[in-house]
Design a binder for this molecule. Structure first.
Ligand code: AMP
Length: 393
């Protein structure tokens, strides 16, 4: 006689809705999918229709939205500002709070809000939980979170470093401790989340103390289509000398820069192929990408003082031995010695790719943001059921 143990995780983006149904009794994935091209030719017209498609798919697999086994819905929300620093049960007031943060994340929060509204309409009786991409970084000390601009201006407009990919950094830093056979509290980790978006974080004893993304996900590492760090005067220069408008510059830096801007491709696999053919632009893009990574590894080593592990995750981090090798080669002075053979082995499990003798472990840990969101959601929405499940196994 167990209660509802299933959690539906929804990641509503501007043009897609990704979903996973996870049974928290054994953390097994029962269904997953994506509805793409929302509002585009060939796609569904809007998020309401997208969620209806999700509901239909789940029904076809025998676990529809009306299933009594469904315990809660967990929503990924990109920006929680300074208000939401932990997973939060969604009420009208919380939803209004997330909407108020739209100016800080105009590309992301509106889609998250729509997803929440539609899901609440479909199952108003069900607990729904918002899990924020910024929450894990809310522990950043002021010294790391503050930009060195006029404090009154910064406070008036909410300008500070918030950080993103928090669910991934939280999950991966804990999984790294487990891989080392230690408690998170005893481990200092640099996490390199290298996907199409990319960010680094410095995690001391399970607590995030620095991260590369800032007010928005534009700052920091070189990404698929985002520039990462820039002299802010580049923006003034583009305006004054290039005659570009704000939206145009926003698009340039977010959508046409990074690897794509440097060589015309944002997929590291294609860049690897082109480098092998001697393509100079692809080589330059790779070199700029890796140089920025090394900078952050060095900076975060100094921030942490003692580093136990450096962990790669997400599409590039999990799959590109070349990026891992180039980013960490020759760092013996920082205590890092890679094992080229281990690094070259492909795999889907969490694993070490450093030499046995390396004082700093180098790990590859597949991220699982959906599972992390499901755990957060279940922990908040169904504590009684959780206890049942915990004690039944
Ligand atoms: P993500 O955002 O985590 O899904 O990562 C997507 C990115 O991972 C893609 O744009 C690719 O550049 C990269 N990627 C995926 N598979 C590989 C691979 N086998 N080798 C290198 N890069 C990869």
């Amino acid at each position: 006689m167990s209660g509802a143990t299933r959690v539906l995780v929804l990641n509503s983006g501007s043009s897609s809705v990704k979903y996973q149904l996870i049974d928290m009794a054994d953390e097994q994935r029962l269904a997953s999918g994506v509805v793409e091209r929302i509002g585009e030719p060939g796609g569904v017209p809007d998020h309401t229709h997208a969620l209806r498609e999700v509901a239909l798919d789940l029904k076809a697999r025998g676990s529809g939205l009306d299933s009594p086994d469904l315990a809660a819905v967990g929503h990924r929300v990109v920006h929680g500002g300074t208000r939401f620093t932990a997973p939060t049960l969604i009420t009208d007031e919380v939803l209004a709070g997330i909407e108020e943060l739209v100016p800080l994340a105009p590309l992301h929060n509106p889609a998250n809000v729509t997803g929440i509204k539609v899901a609440r309409e479909l199952r108003p009786d069900l607990p729904q939980v918002a899990v924020f991409d910024t929450a894990f970084h809310s522990t950043l000390p002021e010294a790391a979170a503050r930009y060195a601009i006029d404090t009154a201006t910064a406070d008036r407009y909410g300008i500070r470093r918030y950080g993103f990919h928090g669910t991934s950094h939280a999950y991966v830093s804990r999984a790294t401790a487990a891989l080392l056979g230690k408690e998170p509290a005893d481990v200092n980790v640099i996490v390199l989340h290298l996907g199409n978006g990319a960010s680094a974080s410095a995690v001391r004893g399970g607590v995030c103390v620095d991260t590369s993304m800032g007010l928005t996900p534009l700052e920091g590492l070189v990404m698929g289509t985002r520039s990462g760090d820039l002299d802010p005067a580049v923006v003034f220069h583009l305006e004054r000398v290039g005659g570009m408008g704000t939206d145009e510059i926003d698009t340039l830096l977010n959508k046409k820069s990074g690897l794509l801007g440097l060589c015309g491709a944002n997929d590291m696999r294609e860049i690897g192929r082109r480098m092998a053919e001697g393509d100079k632009a692809a080589q330059l893009a790779f070199d700029v990408y890796v140089h920025r990574l090394r900078r952050y590894v060095g900076a975060f080593s100094a921030v942490l003082g003692r580093v136990d592990a450096i962990t790669f995750t997400a599409g590039v981090g999990e799959n590109s031995a070349a990026v891992r090798e180039a980013a960490l080669s020759g760092l013996h002075n920082l205590g890092v010695t890679m094992d080229p053979v281990r690094n070259a082995v492909r795999g889907s499990a969490a694993r070490l790719v450093s030499a046995e003798t390396s004082p700093v472990a180098v790990a590859v840990v597949p991220t699982d943001e959906e599972l992390e969101i499901a755990r957060d959601t279940y922990g908040l929405a169904a504590p009684a059921d959780k206890n049942l499940a915990d004690h039944s196994g």
